[in-house]
Ligand binder design. Structure first.
Ligand code: ADP
Ligand code: MG
Length: 339
């Protein structure tokens, strides 16, 4: 084994830009700008559960940080400082090219979003990455899950479902057409957190509530509705369904769209009065934003949180809402693989 310190120095120590003290001492030191609140999040990626051990190390480095950036994007915050918890089996600790590629992916993402890696912990163990990410946000500007309002529009960024289709392709559960193949695998391996969108929504006070779609569109909308104590109606034909236009299995495409995880698109609710401004923002960011439904109070009994209507206004019965590591434990194995 290389010494833990040599490994850290070689791969994870780079001069910080937004921090007073970075990697190397007992702890790091940062100073938020005046008038800013600190926002924090942590996310763990475990081999076999969230990724496959032979995934490309560059992509793993990127994704480790990107999934955390996505959480801060959903708050409307600017990420600044990251801590990396790393458990490495011996063969990976000895694999210098693997570590170098992992670090390269991680620092690529750090640079893309203005983040310093300022510390962490390294230990021998089953391959696991854990990032704790700190960011800044102006006081009282955060986009909370609990703040959706009746009559809000429901919006989604980008093309949810692509990452889940990429996973299905990789696991041999479908054969994607050439037009989708690279897009879906890119979405799975190199998710692009919607940071500029989250920040614009919070700074221009355009959204009431937001969440990043990590567990599936319906499941994550459900989190907003639960915390806001509201319900929503979605229109299936307004969803950005890139995959439905191709010849892959419609059921699979629809499941990925409504319940596929790992996309890291932003789902948000906003007053109808901001509809045009949000469309203008979409143009400015060159990011598709689709208005897919409406928030309302619980209408019927038994109360249903989310209704999905087809083009004729008929309700579509949705069986799966998304991924839950514990709730799914009893499901038959053929249903969906763990993420
Ligand atoms: P200590 O024994 O005092 O906890 P460590 O040996 O764990 O210190 O770490 C030494 C320094 O290296 C600390 O500044 C720590 O934050 C940093 N560090 C350890 N592991 C990592 C890592 N995977 N990525 C970035 N910095 C790390
Ligand atoms: Mg330590």
């Amino acid at each position: 084994m290389p010494s833990e310190f040599a490994l850290i120095d070689r791969h994870f120590k780079r001069p910080p830009r937004h921090s007073i003290l970075g990697v190397g001492d007992d702890a790091a030191i940062v100073r938020p700008a005046p008038g800013m609140d600190i926002v924090m999040t942590t996310d763990m990626l475990i081999a076999g559960t969230h990724f496959l051990p032979d995934d490309m190390p560059f992509n793993l480095g990127w994704k480790t940080l990107a999934v955390n950036v996505s959480d801060l994007a959903a708050m409307g915050a600017q990420p600044r400082w990251a801590l990396l918890g790393l458990a490495l089996p011996t063969e990976k600790a000895l694999d210098d090219p693997w570590l170098a590629a992992y670090a390269e992916g991680l620092f690529d993402c750090a640079e893309a979003f203005g983040i310093d890696l300022i510390g962490g912990d390294t230990t021998r163990g089953p391959l696991t990455f854990s990032i704790t990410l700190f960011g800044e946000i102006s006081t009282n500007r955060a986009l909370l899950r609990s703040n959706a309002q009746p009559d809000d529009d429901v919006w989604i960024s980008g093309n949810p479902g692509l990452a889940a289709l990429g996973l299905a392709q990789r696991q041999g559960r479908c054969q994607l057409p050439p037009a989708l193949h690279d897009r879906c695998l890119d979405a799975l391996d190199r998710p692009q957190p919607r940071l500029a969108l989250g920040q614009a929504l919070s700074q221009q006070a355009l959204a009431h509530a937001a969440i990043d779609v990590s567990d599936g569109l319906l499941a994550d909308l459900g989190h907003i509705l639960e915390q806001s104590q509201l319900a929503a109606t979605l229109h299936f034909d307004r969803l950005p369904a890139a995959a439905l236009a191709t010849d892959i299995d419609r059921q699979l495409a629809a499941n990925c769209l409504l319940a596929g995880g790992d996309d890291y698109e932003l789902l948000f609710t906003a007053s109808r009065t901001h509809h045009e401004k949000i469309l203008a923002l979409s143009k400015q960011l060159q990011l598709p934003l689709h208005c897919i439904g409406t928030v309302h109070t619980m209408l019927d009994s038994p109360a249903r949180q989310i209704r999905v209507l087809d083009a004729d206004g008929q309700e579509i019965q949705c069986l799966r809402h998304g991924h839950d590591h514990f709730a799914d434990a009893h499901l038959p194995a053929d249903d969906e693989t763990d993420r």
